[in-house]
Design a binder for this molecule. Structure first.
Ligand SMILES: NC(=O)c1ccc[n+]([C@@H]2O[C@H](COP(=O)([O-])OP(=O)(O)OC[C@H]3O[C@@H](n4cnc5c(N)ncnc54)[C@H](O)[C@@H]3O)[C@@H](O)[C@H]2O)c1
Length: 380
């Protein structure tokens, strides 16, 4: 019987876990046994006992024990390069694994004959949505980012009609109306803010309006890329964008930035000079902090106080809602398992477009063509 091992996350600050108790019946139903490393779910609100009580599950006292007989290994962040040697040869790995920044690890996984699936590579098709962990986590980041902004703002968010008079609602600007941005819009709207949003993709306008927010039109050409993503913008475009959006930013109490172009540094949307025009007590939450930030002042994982404005470099928001984030991630995992496990064995069908796109290494070769090119270019 193939064993699926659930590992405890080692990355600092990571609270999520790759599999939650409520999803385990689907995993065992697919013909797999489950071994959970002790403490794996603890920081996400799932103690060992919540797993141990389930049929087909063993809690292992150590990582080594959890990995011993593993045929499939599930985690959230990719293992460190040296940890790849602890994975049983020819096992299957399922986790976030951005190829461009993990070339050494991928070389090692290839050499050990590991079949590695990366949630960073799930295609943006309707059929793949159930496995789209980037989206499930981005949605939570948008929600949590909105709450963080509201909490840090030195004023109330909704319109307050009181006997002492009326206070207008806080003004929120969301930049980047993709998965995270739309959830940030929905959340700040529910809190009662007056919300406007901007995106370089014009098709985002309809989605923004459907959530009751105003779409900001700028005199700029649309920047549509492949597969629903934005295309990388030129320096000149970004300079004009910064200039055209500056008044809007300066008038906002909360600015939530989520703009990203896959595989590229985050576009710079808000300059220091514009932050200096914002009112005292205003808040910027930058969800693109981990990839360089949309605001010039952003530092990933830190709150930067610039005058009386705080710029929050919020790179790791899903971990702050680890119970929900882990539950959604585990559903993405079980849906991938349903696609590649047949009769209790991992048997990926590489003619399936989702399997082909998501698999980075298998059978001792790198299957993901752009990664192979990078590896060959780098001589690894
Ligand atoms: N399975 C599917 O069909 C599927 C799944 C997920 C997302 N999508 C679609 O893909 C799109 C983007 O998804 P995402 O949120 O993962 O993208 P993302 O995280 O790569 O980028 C976030 C947003 O930033 C925007 N952006 C980039 N540069 C910008 C700039 N200079 N100024 C303002 N905005 C800028 C992008 O257009 C995008 O909307 C959305 O339309 C989403 O609905 C489809």
């Amino acid at each position: 019987m193939t064993v699926l091992a659930v590992l405890r996350e080692l990355r600092r600050g990571e609270r999520r876990v790759g599999m939650v108790p409520s999803e385990i019946p689907k995993v065992t139903g697919a013909g797999l046994d489950v071994v959970v490393e002790t403490g794996a779910g603890e920081r996400a609100g799932f103690p060992d006992e919540a797993y141990a009580d389930l049929d087909g599950v063993t809690v292992a006292a150590s990582r080594r024990e959890a990995l011993q007989s593993a045929g499939i290994v599930v985690c959230v962040s990719p293992p460190a390069v040296k940890e790849a040697d602890d994975l049983p040869e020819r096992a299957t790995l399922m986790c976030f694994l951005p190829p461009a920044t993990n070339l050494d690890l991928i070389g090692r996984l290839r050499d050990r004959g590991i079949t590695a699936f990366s949630f960073d590579l799930v295609p943006r098709s309707s059929r793949a949505q159930a496995m789209d962990a980037l989206s499930s986590q981005a949605s939570l980041a948008g929600y949590q980012g909105a709450l963080l902004a509201a909490e840090r703002l030195g004023r109330a968010v909704p319109m307050m009609m009181t006997a002492a008079g009326t206070i207008p609602p806080a003004r929120v600007l969301v930049m980047g109306a993709g998965v995270a941005g739309l959830q940030a819009i929905a959340t700040t709207r529910r809190l009662g803010a007056a919300v406007s949003a901007y995106d370089v993709r014009t098709e985002a306008a309809e989605e923004v309006r459907s959530l009751g927010a105003t779409f900001v039109e700028l005199a700029l050409e649309a920047q549509k890329g492949e597969g629903g993503y934005a295309a990388e913008q030129s320096k000149e475009f970004l300079a004009r964008q910064q200039e055209l959006i500056a008044d809007r930013v300066a008038q906002s109490d909360i600015v939530i930035t989520t703009a990203a172009v896959p595989g590229r540094p985050a576009p710079r949307l808000v300059s220091t000079a514009t932050v200096e025009r914002m009112r005292a007590g205003s808040v910027i939450v930058d969800l693109a902090a981990a990839s360089g930030g949309n605001c010039e002042l952003t530092v990933d994982g830190e709150d930067v106080e610039h005058g009386a404005v705080v710029v929050i470099g919020a790179g790791d928001l899903p971990s702050q809602v680890a119970t929900t984030a882990s539950t959604l991630y585990a559903r993405n995992v079980t849906n991938l398992i349903a696609l590649v496990v047949h009769d209790g064995e991992v048997r990926p069908d590489f003619d399936d477009d989702i399997v082909a796109a998501t698999c980075v290494t298998a059978g001792g070769v790198v299957r993901h063509a752009p990664t192979l090119q990078l590896l060959e270019g780098g001589g690894t």
